[in-house]
Each structure stands twice: as C-alpha cells, then as structure tokens.
Write a protein that binds this ligand. Sequence first.
Ligand SMILES: [Zn+2]
Ligand SMILES: [Zn+2]
Length: 137
Amino acid sequence: MDKAYTGGCACGAIRYEISGEPLVMNDCQCRDCQRKSGTGHGSYLTFPRAGVTLKGEGKHWDIVGDSGNVKTRAFCPACGSPVFMTFAAMPDVFTVHAGSLDDPSRYQPQMVTYRVRGHSWDQVDPTLPQFDKMPPM
Ligand SMILES: [Zn+2]
Ligand SMILES: [Zn+2]
C-alpha cells in the first residue's frame, strides 16, 4: 500500500492523514477559489472520505459555488490556512488543498476547471485538459 497523504495547516492545529489515492487532482480557477487562495486558482486533491483521519477543529464556512452546490470550506481559526473542503451533495469525498500537504510534490494536476474564469496573469499548465466549468462527474 502506498504511503498515506499527510498534511495540515501552517500552525499545526489541524492535521490530516489520508489512506488511499486521490480520485481527482485539479487546478480550479473559479472566483471562489481566487478569493480564498488570494491568487488566480486553487489546487486540490479529492479523496474518498472513508480513508480520512482528521485531528483538530477547523472553522467552517459554507458557500454556494458557481456550480450551485454547497461547499464547506474548513480553515484553521489560529493561522487562517485553508485546509480542506467538503460538499453537501457529495458526502463521500474529502478535498484538501495541495499546499497543505507535507509533501506538496505529490500533487499532480490532471485538469483545469473553471478555465473561463481564469486570468491572463495566472497561467496553468496548457497541456492539461481544460474545462470551462466543472466536468461531468
Ligand atoms: Zn493553523
Ligand atoms: Zn474553484
């Protein structure tokens, strides 16, 4: 079995350990991800929730995304780092921010979502499949 994916927030108050491989890894250029990341896109790994062990309490914030689905973003109340996301419509998945990994080199984006919202100053890998919105799941 492969090594677990571990990570957490900048101060260490929130930690996760995830067994299993990501279902999908994507760069997302939607406006919500721009606001929350502070730059042009967010980078995410989405896992089956069953393999997730979480330590520490995040602050939660619900937002209706461009897709119309409710996303719950969890960030550290102490250091403010965004750590993970869950989705009301997809309770079986758990999404972490690539930058929160202990080894961020394990993030290997497979696609770009919400390309239509991207900015010319935020170039993502042009060889990746690009979707104007979310691809059909
Ligand atoms: Zn923290
Ligand atoms: Zn997004």
